[in-house]
Ligand binder design. Structure first.
Ligand SMILES: [Zn+2]
Length: 178
């Protein structure tokens, strides 16, 4: 669960293992995660060749970013030739790639979409809200559901919030950034 937290603490703030500063109770886990994601995205823009400018980012750039993150994923997504395609619990290892779970990407895009506007971006030009990004996430959800044999069922409206929190938990667990 704390993978992301420990990883980024080490990279951002390398220091001897003394007692960490007490976390501010005013800042929620969601907020902390959102800031880390925003920093990660900023680094990605800076390291991109050629460097990307936030205000000129399009949905296509966001798709590229999401695909780049797959290399840090920990979720096995079977390809269609794998004998375990569609098995939720394969009995043996296989060579299919590890990717970011759909729930991780979905939650990440939600946080970055909010962060974009909190950092002065305009809602109308928010690349995280682009149609291409929505379509991509839907495609990832459907293909991972098939490949992993997991149904991302649509919950009834009254359960939406709980469902979302579960997805986000799964996301936190699986999202591993550089
Ligand atoms: Zn496989």
């Amino acid at each position: 669960m704390l993978d992301v937290f420990s990883t980024s603490s080490i990279s951002e703030n390398f220091s001897p293992p003394t007692a960490p500063p007490p976390p501010s109770p005013a800042v929620s886990r969601y907020e902390l995660q959102k800031r880390r994601d925003w920093n990660t995205f900023g680094q990605y823009l800076k390291n991109h060749k050629p460097p990307l400018i936030l205000s000129r980012c399009s949905g296509a750039n966001i798709l590229e970013f999401l695909k780049y993150l797959d290399q840090f994923g920990k979720t096995k997504v079977h390809n269609c030739c794998c004998p375990f395609f569609g098995h939720p619990q394969p009995p043996a290892p296989c060579t299919c790639p590890l990717k970011q779970a759909w729930g991780s990407l979905d939650a990440l895009v939600g946080r970055l979409r909010a962060a974009f506007e909190e950092n002065g971006g305009r809602a109308e030009t928010n690349p995280f809200g682009a149609r291409a990004v929505r379509l991509y996430l839907r495609e990832v959800r459907d293909s991972q559901a098939k490949a992993r044999g997991i149904a991302y069922e649509k919950k009834k409206r009254k359960n939406n919030k709980r469902h979302f929190q579960e997805q986000e938990k799964e996301g936190d667990k699986n999202l591993k950034l550089p």
